[in-house]
Design a protein around this ligand. Sequence first.
Ligand code: DX5
Ligand code: ZN
Length: 218
Amino acid sequence: MKKNIKIAPSILSADFANLEKEISILNNSEADYIHVDVMDGHFVKNLTFGPPVIEKIRNYSTKPFDVHLMIDSVDQYLESYSKAGADIITIHPETTSNLDNAISKIKSLGKKAGISLNPDVSLDKVLPVIKTIDLVLIMSVYPGFAGQKFIPDVLEKVKILREKINKENLDVEVEIDGGINIDTAKLAKKAGANVLVAGTAVYSENKVLENIKLLKNC
Ligand code: DX5
Ligand code: ZN
């Protein structure tokens, strides 16, 4: 049976000088979410954009915004990203002083809550709260930059997570982020991921629509 895989192109690899155009291309694609990588230069060694830019580009999108927050002291910013138009807000456990409270806050803002685990962060950080969230984002690179090499060791976490979710019939998505291309997408899918984030693979050779279709059907 063919599983329904969702694709979340990361606009980190899009042309920042033409974001309106880039969003409209994605509107006409088979993408399911638009993955928005927010970096603060502290939690990760790169800096991208914040709520004002997200708010502007959200107006042009017909697809949900999957906002991946890689920022320290995340608690104080949840409301701004919610107001800017995030549909899913994903945070790293290391960036909050109280994970339960942060999840409750995201849910109380009417948003879907995701937890992201870096390659060296164990599933123990997410399992205790799994029933209160909508998505787990397994990082298959150390976050910060597009174009890095996929770390296959993280697939074990995907497998364990998928088994638990299926066994307990939980409504939680398993998303994977970093180094996804046609080959690694197949591995991630086989391990149980149902949402694939891709930056470099989507924006290669100026063939966004075709690349998304290939990933979706691989
Ligand atoms: C990594 C970001 C990713 C990144 C993925 O720091 O969280 O979303 O943009 O890019 P690729 O697909 O090129 O690894
Ligand atoms: Zn990301």
